[in-house]
Design a binder for this molecule. Structure first.
Ligand code: C2E
Ligand code: CA
Ligand code: CA
Ligand code: CA
Length: 277
């Protein structure tokens, strides 16, 4: 029997309302999380492939919600963006990362470069570059890096070239994250004021599947070097991948093979131990 519009409205409305209520509940939990400071930065080391020593760390956000355990960023960053809260949390992450870096330095350790992920909405704000420049000027830390995905940079690329140019002029490094997934046109890649390319994990996985997979990774590495950019492999999980990447002259790597994302104190311990990973 064909349902009338009226019937289907009755049938679907409670479900829709439940979903809207879920979204609102999540938003209010996130607002409380900001007040209660429930966000935490974990750090994953980046190593130089030649000696496997820590040369940088990437800050990866976690939400420690009481009673819920650790919530991964894929589950709350998109919601923070939708609610317009990502600016506030993103600014906190930048400050916190610079603070942790200065703690490592104050402890007499060789503080690694610290990379922070930037969301599309943060980059789009008109005062994005000014805020970063002011933040760096105020902090004693020097080696800050921003990771911005290729597709986000390519969206409104002319404006982003200007904004990233300002940030670079303040001594901040810029990495193109998830490189190879966003159809960056080759005519632009040379114009971007960036310092490194991060090869997406999918291509690292693909290396083992045959000569085509190897060809793609070696082309990205050659392109990066021709443009005088550093190249970093993400999601390295096996010795074989690390060996191949080193053979292909990839500069740095990051992945579970070397270290998972860990709390700041664990990075402190790793820096104190000062051993290859
Ligand atoms: P991403 O920037 O591409 O970060 C890499 C992701 O791969 C991280 O997931 C990391 O834990 C994971 N990973 C690292 N090594 C390996 C490996 O060997 N194998 C596999 N399978 N995965 C590995 P995570 O921490 O869940 O973060 C997911 C995404 O959330 C990040 O992707 C980034 O886009 C976003 N994100 C994380 N923290 C922040 C933040 O503070 N701000 C913003 N805007 N986005 C963030
Ligand atoms: Ca990243
Ligand atoms: Ca990435
Ligand atoms: Ca990725």
């Amino acid at each position: 029997r064909a349902r009338t519009a009226g019937e289907s409205l009755v049938f679907y409305a409670p479900e829709l309302n439940a979903r809207a209520a879920d979204a609102m509940a999540l938003e209010s939990r996130l607002r409380r999380a900001i007040d209660q400071q429930e966000f935490v930065l974990y750090y994953q080391p980046k190593v130089t492939l030649a000696d496997r020593r820590i040369c940088g760390v990437e800050a990866l956000m976690r939400w420690m919600e009481p009673g819920q355990g650790m919530v991964p960023p894929g589950q709350f960053i998109p919601v923070l963006e939708e609610c317009g809260l990502i600016g506030e949390v993103g600014q906190w992450a930048l400050k916190k990362a610079l603070h942790d870096q200065s703690e490592w330095r104050n402890a007499g350790l060789h503080a690694p470069r610290v990379a922070v992920n930037v969301s599309p909405l943060q980059l789009r704000r008109p005062d994005f570059a000014d805020d970063i420049v002011a933040l760096v000027a105020r902090s004693s830390s020097n080696e800050l890096e921003l990771e911005i995905t290729e597709s986000v940079i390519m969206d409104n690329v002319e404006r982003n070239i200007d904004a990233l140019g300002m940030v670079r002029a303040a001594g901040v490094s810029v990495a193109v994250d998830d490189f190879g997934t966003g159809y960056c046109s080759l005519s632009y890649i040379a114009k971007l004021p960036v310092t490194s390319l991060k090869i997406d994990r999918a291509f690292i996985v693909g290396m083992s599947s045959g000569p085509e997979g190897m060809a793609i990774v070696s082309s990205i590495i050659a392109l990066a070097h021709a443009l005088k950019l550093k190249v970093v492999a993400e999601g390295v999980e096996t010795e074989e991948q690390a060996r191949l990447l080193h053979l292909l002259r990839c500069d740095e790597a990051q992945g579970y093979l070397f270290c998972r994302p860990v709390p700041a104190e664990t990075i402190t311990a790793l820096l104190q131990r000062d051993m290859p990973l």
